[in-house]
Design a protein around this ligand. Sequence first.
Ligand code: G3I
Length: 349
Amino acid sequence: SQSLKKSYEGIFDIGAAVGVREANGTDTKAFPILDKHFNSLTPENLMKWGSIHPRLGQYNFEPMDRLVALAEKIDARVIGHTLVWHNQTPDWVYEDENGERLSKDALLHRMEEHIEAVAGRYKGKVFGYDVVNEAFFDDGQYRTSKWYETAGKDFIKRAFIKTQEVDPDAELYYNDYNMWKPEKTDAAIQLAKELRKEGIRIDGIGMQGHYGLDSPSLEIIETAINKIADAGFKVMFTEVDIDVLPNPVNRHGADIDATFPADESYNIYKEGLPDEIQAKLVSRYKELFELFKKHEEKITRITFWGVHDGGSWLNNWPMPGRTAYPLLFDKDYQEKKDIIQAVIDVAQN
Ligand code: G3I
């Protein structure tokens, strides 16, 4: 097939989330795919606090260094995901040496040290940061994370200020899932406006894009794109994938329904996708890209949350033992030609 990144040159960047095996070259089959199709790389896990800064003062930079080297090799931009999140952050971060919760000042100081170490090391090498990830609930209220409990929304402001100070040339984003939900979109925009009003830079808002076959609707996604752009912020789709399996979670992020059987009865396509579901997947990708293309002036990047189906987080979420089909390459790293062609056709029309 033709190359995704070449087809979309001058329209938007085409990205993929990668892990340690792609970064260090163990996954030899991923390399030619990344090289041919992608000009933006996001670390799926290895820049998160627990991975890059597992113990107080101890940094584990090597996997991320390798990702940066890979990006240089294939001439891709690097997205820094993510500096501050409530998830994959070890408990010690919030505590003193006696296990007591840190004061606001002490916690923010620790956060700033982290940003200084991480963004400092990759200064000039990261194109843009998901500075803060998932700080809101779906209803638009601030998420009651340990960050928020201790520091209120100041943790967000201070994170943006610090990142800009450490790497002034990097773009700065707020990133969240279910960003099509009006309350959540509005809350993120409100936050971004507040930051700007206080002279704190924020360049864009990331809509993750973990979608289903039928929901959310194109209309509701389009409304969110327009709102974000009208407020003066760049839009990017940062974690795109499409889940074709039954899913007990009222779309991503809510607690798992405990009554949902943890057996394999919902793993309904383990022998392969039926033709009519594959056809739906093709048309879903096509219509999503038509929407993205329609708003090319507002959108700067589309990143897929993984390279191939076998490596997708959706094989393990919301429960292990799923056989998921969310991406553009199958579990054997083969191109899904019908989807890729449809997506490329959109770029060329
Ligand atoms: O690395 C350990 C390994 O040593 C251990 O043996 C294994 C056993 O469970 O766990 C491994 O860590 C897992 C890690 O992925 C690396 O594979 C964690 O358990 C697992 O929780 C973690 O999941 C990641 C998840 O974020 C964490 O919340 C997914 O891979 C990653 O795709 C997902 O990405 C997030 C974005 O960052 C933010 N938006 C939502 C998106 C999907 O949840």
